[in-house]
Design a binder for this molecule. Sequence first.
Ligand code: PEP
Ligand code: MG
Length: 766
Amino acid sequence: MPTLWLDEIGADDLARVGGKAASLGELTAAGLPVPSAFVVTADTYRSFIEATGIDDELFSVVDVDSDDSHALAEAAEQAQELILETDAPESVREDLLAAYDEMGDEDVAVRSSATAEDLPDASFAGQQDTYLNVSRADLLRRVKECWASLFTQRAIYYRNEQGFDHDMVDIAVVVQQMVDAEKSGVMFTSHPSTGADTAILEAAWGLGEAVVSGAVSPDNYVVDRATEEIEEVTVADKKVMCVRGEDGETVERSVPEEKRNERVLSPEEIHRLVEVGDRVEDHYGTPQDVEWAIYEGEVYVLQSRPITTIDEGADAGTSGESPESTGVADGGSMQSQSDDVRLSGIGSSPGKVTGEVRIVTKLDNLDKVEEGDIIVTEMTTPDMVPAMKRAAGIVTDQGGMTSHAAIVSRELGVPAVVGADDATERLRDGQIVTIDGDMGTVEQGTEIDEADDEQSELATPEVDQQHSPVKPMTGTEVKVNVSIPEAAERAAATGADGVGLLRIEHMILSTDKTPARYVEDHGERAYIEEIVEGVRSVAEAFYPRPVRVRTLDAPSDEFRQLQGGEDEPSEHNPMLGYRGIRRSLDRPGEFKLELRAFERLYELGYDNVELMLPLVTDAEDVLRAKSLMREVGIDPEKRDWGVMVETPASALCIEDLCETGLDFVSFGTNDLTQYTLAVDRNNGNVADRFDELHPAVLDLMGQVIGTCRDYDVATSICGQAASKPEMVQFLVDDGVTSISANIDAVRDVQHEVKRVEQRLLLESVR
Ligand code: PEP
Ligand code: MG
């Protein structure tokens, strides 16, 4: 059968119809109001390529070296052409049109639904193409375009990189009645972090894309399911809506003035939606995240997925706040000590663990670190990351909250204490210690009681991921910082709205070679691929959420430790020296290789990648970088790009920076604070003077946000201070667009943002 109706499909048909269609089939079988649809099954695609005899040619044209961008582009073009230009058997055509007519001869939505039994995420095996407003005459062409979407450059590259056979991936196509929604949104059938019996709905005008993509701040409604009482109604200022454009594409439009602040859902609609939500949850037996739409007064369910973010340890009786604090440690300050504390430093990655000490020096073989050990070292280096992943905890003599050890351990979810002075001398190999990454303490022996035991379990990366933070609905976006590609999945599981800072220096430093030496030894293409591969894994994990990738910014003292480092300048104060955009503009050849890596990622289809320039001084820096972007083929008008505001000069020249045409700025408060206060961020002697909340720093930031709002330039923060509640309060009050926090702080920041936004709303109506 080339086509199947939704009521003929169940969860068991996954391999034939793909995940999307299987889930719609289940909802239909449960009697839920799903817009009617039929599915062109994966067998149909398979028989199309086999019956027409194009299969062998298809799989042989895509058998290319995907690192060769020209070969890849050509392969994608040829494969797609082959599908699009080969006529489908007449029987398929007839069957499709008959099903179309049966549905009511109205324009339809056509969506691909990839199937691949062993792939972790079939959605990346084939692009998720959607065509709206498809007429009868265009139906077969659109179905073939969905089939052809299995062979975009990005899909071919992905399968090649992952070692998946092109032949093992099939694709089904869903042809569905269009729901030209007047209002739409999402609904959590139970509270998404506590699992409490509270339904939470978000609603906006028009098609659901605006809510799902985060383009609009939706209304928010909270309903107690037991009493059916609507407990909270928050009406947002809804500036944009998605509607169906004339050519069938979804387009973003301004909401008419009179509807911007109008409440979207009536109490009656809320109750109908909650009732539908109850049925969906009953059907699956677990809380669901439901996409819905209202069209001509009827409620429709468009999609449903289980909520994976409920914290099992949470008190389901509470309605909102995170029950356990992730304990964002206070950067730089030493914590109070009890009598039996042996050592203290800065708690830089939360959690309490016990393990055997492994003293690691630079020359040591890292194999000596076994699963569950506590690494004790002077300072971690990028080549230690695999051992850090195995470790239960990390202690370093040196470093602060923004050191390599602190950043990497937080991203890996491994408790860490940094800056513990003489830990490598005072601790012995094999000794049992307990470290507390919140308090910043290291104690001899096993100090963990039962309650702590639970906590330490939470601190292990695996468990932490399951209990990942959930996203409360906030108008201000909350993103996450990533520095090592290994943390991509864990970061994505936080529910963050994207990556606000992806540092690429860790990817380069972990090669143990300076960029120049790497290129000398392996060639330019390999260097570009090194960056592409690191960024790609993060862009993939977050797609389509945006990932802001920063060009190289490592001080020369870090490069000096690598092979080729002897050619690096020896600087009196590297923090004030040859780093960030200054170095890049001084070495345009190397910088252009980085830019070519961006261009390559765009070519591969990673249109969620944004480019960010570090440590700019003024517009001159930006304009020079922009012209180099153009030289490698990046069109700054087409791509989202921006700069870090982390020098006082850049803050003071913000108007000129906005005039360069950038899309966003992001505060690097680690640097902005050190340069504004003249306090070296790595100098322990003045650590007590390092204060990101100093009025001088806040004043600069406030001015930048104000000017950027005038220019419609988005503002963000990605420095360590983003995890501090006071900074969150200040920024949300001032109207920042997004906040990017460390992985372990995302949940707290989301709640803090929500609290401030609610206060602002309350103040505005009082
Ligand atoms: C900053 O300066 O705040 C920042 C995020 O950049 P880095 O810490 O990498 O200098
Ligand atoms: Mg910086």
